[in-house]
Design a binder for this molecule. Structure first.
Ligand SMILES: [Mg+2]
Length: 289
């Protein structure tokens, strides 16, 4: 674990959303004020999500509904990252067969690809809550016929109100089992998404951190890309999981509210003249080691 003081060196932040800024339909307390703090301090940020189902505009709306105000260009989805990746490897007009929702269709269409039902050069698979056997069969047939197999993100499961349910990684595993072909995957923990966020921010690895709630996606992606890593315990990772993990983040906080308090204290220690903030930091130290 690094000293809290070294948070001073962070100039850009790549922030995961689910489990960090909200859980389900509820904002995590302190999410809005934390982003305002980053803006006031001139710390750049991108909200980077492995979820490919929604467009950035839909995320802006979702967050606004929770009182968290962001701009569409502050959001990077795995659907956008996939479209950017394909734009570098395939010319506009390339034929794609898509399994996915609005977020993915919109990103690929905006990138100038031809979204087709047959004879595709690429099969691009993102999470689809309405997917049926016929669509997956058509994807498998085209992969077998030689189409390149691309997945937006590897998450095998995600938490829902009912419990742990299948995610896009489960769809990719289904198609891999049916074709014997492994997909190229774009989202975290692959570095492609981190690199795109860095380009958007004009960020350098030495002064950039990833902030997320998952060790195997957020923290691993940050580590692979050579960035600092910050874990919050407001999502899927609890202290027992963290204690048993090989991969350890640079810093751990209870949630973004906790991170905000500590970071503020590190940057502007003079505000803590009544001793209260001092106590907060001390108790933080005892709970995060
Ligand atoms: Mg998350």
């Amino acid at each position: 674990m690094k000293e809290f003081q070294s948070l001073r060196s962070i100039r850009n932040l790549i922030i995961d959303m689910d489990g960090v800024l909200y859980r389900g339909k509820e904002a995590i307390p302190g999410a809005g004020p934390f982003l305002e703090f980053l803006r006031r301090q001139g710390i750049g940020f991108v909200l980077a999500t492995n979820n490919s189902t929604k467009t950035p505009a839909q995320y802006v709306e979702k967050l606004a509904g929770m009182g968290v105000i962001v701009q569409a260009d502050e959001i990077l989805t795995s659907a956008q990252a996939t479209a950017s990746y394909l734009s570098r490897t395939a010319p506009p007009g390339t034929r794609l067969f898509v399994v996915g929702m609005d977020g993915l269709w919109t990103a690929l269409r905006e990138a100038g690809f031809d979204l087709v039902e047959e004879a595709a050069e690429y099969v691009v698979v993102g999470m689809d809550f309405t997917v049926c056997y016929d669509r997956l069969a058509r994807a498998a047939l085209q992969i077998r016929a030689g189409a390149r197999f691309i997945g937006t993100n590897p998450d095998r499961t995600f938490p829902s109100e009912q419990g742990i349910v299948p995610g896009n990684g489960a769809l990719l595993a289904f198609l891999e089992a049916a074709t014997g072909i492994e997909p190229i995957v774009i989202g975290k923990p692959e570095v492609a998404m981190m690199e795109q966020a860095m380009v958007r921010l004009g960020a350098e690895p030495a002064t950039t951190a990833v902030l997320g709630d998952r060790l195997e996606t957020d923290v691993l992606a940050g580590r692979r890309a050579g960035l600092f890593t910050i874990l919050v315990l407001s999502g899927v990772t609890d202290r027992a999981m963290l204690a048993g993990a090989d991969l350890q983040p640079d810093w751990v906080f209870e949630d973004v509210g906790h991170l905000h308090r500590v970071w503020h204290e590190v940057i502007e220690p003079e505000v803590a003249t009544d001793g209260r903030a001092d106590c907060t930091v001390r108790s933080d130290l005892s709970t995060t080691h």
